[in-house]
Design a binder for this molecule. Structure first.
Ligand SMILES: [Zn+2]
Ligand SMILES: [Zn+2]
Length: 332
């Protein structure tokens, strides 16, 4: 294995590990002008005297947020290439962190997927293998279409919120009030709901269909270990699981691990929540879980949907099932 590898293609982009920095001849040969260090430990500064140098201080661990740095690392790499010299991206081994940064650059530049970029990189350096957390971040970056502003992207913000919930869950705590993302306060108003869930008693709209969290009923999963004969009716989901919504704010901001949800208008008990998750009646765990009981709501075709003439008309249950929803949703 070479200590410094050139990414296949037209670019003077190179990848390596820590030892690459000591190979002065190789760096000179590759006409390196820019060095991007992706590691927390900063090697001897003197090594970088003759280069433009950028450091991204991250560890090679799955929960490190490297995604937030992609726009700035991409800019640094592009600046170096525009200047006509070579760019070296390195971490400790030239395996995970540096590979992730190079892949993000290739994705943004060529509009290719993470796996395509990784395959291209591996032609030169077969050992490249971003850790699974970084691979996930790359696919989120791809899903976001490699924007120049990552942090204002709703997909990114949602991911940050989910990490936050996961972190507090690991500590056995509810997420901090200001960290809870009430999805309907960030919603794209252009996006139309198919149907909404209304309080059966007072008709107050409790959730629009785009805020439903899907889960696969456990008895329909192929995992061998989980196949068991469910009690009659156990395959039915008795709940809808939803994102945090602004009407839940007074309850969710109390910092409790779990509790009940009342309709904000008529105060009927309509559901419950548990940050550490709960088991649906279909046996599947949903984490975190904010549930609305199907027996307390009616599904109503959305007013913003197909037209005002259908507003308020309760649809027969069968008509509500769309192909991408779990089988359990057909059973009310
Ligand atoms: Zn279920
Ligand atoms: Zn109500």
């Amino acid at each position: 294995m070479a200590l410094i590898d050139k990414v296949p293609g037209e670019l003077k982009l190179h990848i390596g590990g820590l030892f690459t920095l000591r190979r002065k001849e190789a760096l000179k040969e590759a006409n390196i002008t820019h060095v991007l260090s992706v590691l927390r430990f900063t090697p001897d500064e003197k090594l970088f005297n003759s280069f433009r140098h950028m450091v991204v201080e991250v560890d090679d661990v799955e929960d490190e947020n490297l995604l937030q740095h992609f726009p700035s690392t991409n800019n640094f790499i592009q600046d170096g290439l525009d200047g006509g010299g070579g760019v070296l991206v390195h971490c400790a081994m030239g395996k995970s962190r540096s590979a992730t940064v190079v892949i993000a650059f290739l994705m943004a530049k060529y509009h290719i997927s993470p796996s395509e970029a990784l395959a291209q990189l591996r032609q030169a350096r077969p050992m490249c293998e971003p850790n699974s957390g970084f691979m996930e971040q790359l696919s989120i970056y791809y899903q976001m279409q490699t924007p120049e502003n990552v942090e204002e992207n709703p997909v990114y913000q949602r991911w940050v919120y989910q990490r936050e919930v996961e972190l507090s869950r690991a500590c056995g705590q509810a997420p901090e009030a200001e960290k809870i993302r009430f999805e309907d306060e960030h919603a794209d108003s252009q996006k139309q709901a198919d149907f909404e869930l209304r309080c059966r008693k007072c008709r107050r709209t409790l959730a629009m269909s785009q805020f439903l969290v899907d889960h696969k009923p456990r008895t329909f999963q192929s995992d061998q270990t989980e196949i068991q004969t469910p009690p009659a009716g156990a395959s039915l989901c008795a709940h809808y699981f939803v994102d945090p919504l602004s009407w839940m704010r007074p309850e969710l901001e109390q910092g409790k691990l779990d509790g009940r949800l009342e309709c904000p208008k008529c105060k009927t008990n309509v559901g419950k929540y548990a940050w550490q998750g709960m088991k649906c009646s279909c046996n599947e765990w949903v984490v975190p879980a904010i549930s609305i009981s199907k027996s307390r709501i009616d599904e109503v075709k959305s007013r913003t949907g197909v037209g005002a003439d259908v507003a308020g008309i309760r649809r027969p249950p069968a008509a509500l099932a769309s192909p991408n929803r779990g089988p359990g949703t057909q059973n009310l």
